[in-house]
Design a protein around this ligand. Structure first.
Ligand SMILES: N[C@@H](CCC(=O)N[C@@H](CS)C(=O)NCC(=O)O)C(=O)O
Length: 341
């Protein structure tokens, strides 16, 4: 028997997963959610890794209960349509019909916007975000060129449409508005602040309308504009340039090879008592409070390890869950010298 017995969506708090999750909640659909980035040892996640080798999210596994046949789907736009179309056609749900587009032309336009946002628009936005979060090294020319592309999309695509119309497609709100607004919310955490908002009244009028719509309001409930933009993480120091072959030859005698500098914590030696891998297994495979934490305190050895609690100073900046998540991720990236010993 398969490890999956219910239709399942693999996803988490990442932006492409937010609307599929909301569709399931709002229409009360029969889907279970599994986060493939946690509990990596669980059977469901192992199955995900096998079924979806690109390991992107969201992905969907549907089950036909009559035949037992499974259907596997990737790509957020396809997933949203797969969820909504039966509601519109079989259940005749008026809101589902409206948001996927009533007429063929509306539907084509909704798809046009979804595709544009999911590719052209998100690429420079994610490019900036990755440099600000320190996932990519800061490179001013790449950063600035991404900002220029975003400015172009705002000034040439969004502003003209939203100055003349309430929504992106037709006269009613559609999936295009919801999906675009979710990506805009990401931008407001990184590249657009209060000053930007003041200078873009048409976009802001639209964003404020969409984010208050009952379908997506829970996603935006903690939304706040930034007073000031975060700065990109400065580029790591570049390695000194290798001298050309000619220069190396001229230099006699050969310079001694640089000695690899040891990380200061290496002086402590390997941990002998507390098995970190076993702890990771306990944490990933069991419920945290009833099983993993008691295991931890039973085996934790204060002569070799210490527990640290870190408080962040600027909590009012953390207006969306993903911002805290990014901070913790960045913190661990920077600690890698100490945790990879
Ligand atoms: N073309 C795919 C892209 C999916 C995608 O890149 N999802 C991101 C999360 S928003 C992801 O899985 N990132 C992890 C990775 O690229 O390894 C879609 O539109 O659904």
């Amino acid at each position: 028997m398969s490890v999956i017995s219910k239709p399942t969506i693999y996803g988490n708090q990442r932006i492409r997963c937010v609307l599929p999750q909301r569709i399931v909640e709002y229409f009360n659909l029969d889907y279970t959610f599994v986060d493939p980035e946690s509990n990596v040892e669980s059977e469901e996640v192992k199955l995900y890794q096998k079924l979806f080798p690109l390991r992107k999210i969201p992905t969907l596994v549907d089950i036909d209960y009559k035949t037992g046949k499974h259907f596997h789907l990737t790509e957020v736009i396809a997933i949203m349509y797969y969820l909504l179309e039966p509601l519109a056609i079989e259940k005749n749900d008026a809101f589902a019909k409206q948001i996927i587009g009533f007429s063929l032309q509306d539907k084509a336009e909704v798809l046009k916007w979804l595709s544009f946002i999911n590719s052209d628009f998100q690429l420079p936005l994610v490019g900036c975000m990755r440099q600000i979060r320190g996932n990519d090294n800061y490179n001013k020319s790449v950063f600035d060129s991404n900002i220029t592309k975003l400015d172009g999309f705002i000034n040439d695509v969004f502003t003209p449409r939203l100055s003349a119309y309430t929504y992106l497609v037709g006269e009613d709100v559609t999936l295009a508005d919801f999906y675009a607004a979710a990506w805009f919310a990401r931008g407001f955490g990184f590249v657009w602040d209060k000053k930007w908002a003041k200078n873009h009244p048409a976009v802001m009028r639209w964003f404020n309308t969409i984010s208050k719509h009952e379908f997506v309001a829970p996603i935006f409930k903690d939304f706040a504009l930034l007073d000031q933009l975060p700065s990109p993480v400065p580029k790591k120091k570049e390695k000194p340039q290798q001298p050309s072959k000619k220069e190396t030859k001229a230099k006699e005698p050969e310079e001694p090879k640089a000695v690899k500098v040891k990380h200061p914590l290496e002086a402590l030696g390997k941990s002998s008592k507390f098995n970190l891998d076993e702890w990771k297994r306990q944490y990933s495979n069991n419920d945290t409070r009833p099983v993993a934490l008691p295991w931890f305190f039973e085996h934790y050895d204060p002569s070799e390890w210490s527990i640290w609690r870190v408080d962040y100073k600027y909590n009012d900046e953390l207006t969306m869950t993903f911002m805290s998540n990014n901070l913790v991720g960045g913190f661990f990236n920077r600690l890698s010298g100490s945790i990879n010993l």
